[in-house]
Unconditional design. Sequence first.
Length: 59
Amino acid sequence: MEYVSALVPPVVMAVFFIGLIVTIVKTQGGANKAKEDAAVDAALSSAESVRQSPKAGGA
């Protein structure tokens, strides 16, 4: 019975990991995909404009 107690934790972790991956894959896309993409695009363009703006004080 020691082998059963040795195998239970990895099996339980594997089941939870597979459940996590399935949940992540299922939640990709869907109704909120356009809003999420728009939010990411806005954040990237904001960061890009800050990075490309000329610095005050002459650089």
